[in-house]
Ligand binder design. Sequence first.
Ligand code: ITT
Length: 198
Amino acid sequence: MTRKFTDNALVIATHNAGKVGEIAALLGPYVASFESAGALGLAEPEETGETFQDNAKIKALAAVLASGKPALADDSGLCVHALGGEPGVYSARWAGPDKDFSLAMRRIETLLGPSPDRSASFVCALALAWPDGHVEVFEGRVSGEMVFPPRGERGFGYDPVFVPEGYDISFAEMDPAEKHRISHRAAAFSMLVESCFT
Ligand code: ITT
């Protein structure tokens, strides 16, 4: 049986402002108040896991330990098929210490070269952890293809080079409400909400 979330406050265990905004929008109807690990000044744990789910658990449990409150972590990334799933769990690290995603997007473009296989997916693992160490984990995915040069100014990270299946605009060109409806994060959240918040 999955555990239900019955507290009033939740720590969003991320230092990524783009994620805080999306998570607050997705969970707004279910949680009275949020604090983010970034705003609380919590240390960022080392992401030593080999999977999105492992890293989400590491981040959620670190935030619980530091804050004493339930915490929700998101570990996500872009998996490019022709690159064997890279950058995958290294998606943030490919942007370097300055979090320069134009650099990371160029690196993908260069590595792909003329490859006709442009398929990719965004994956999002969510871990909800409680102070007694209990953790619930969910994973969502959205398929699409890589497009270059980058398009659009909205969203964050790799959004300008990803066109989701069934669309001809990138995530960065899309109305945020539409991205929140169809994204990897939305898919993981609908499982989380159904299991733990309703
Ligand atoms: P936290 O660990 O503090 O949450 P982070 O940015 O380091 O922040 P991740 O380790 O999960 O997070 O890295 C995921 C990277 O994948 C993230 O930095 C984005 O660049 C990219 N990414 C994840 N979801 C995305 C989305 O919806 N749109 C664009 N890029 C996304």
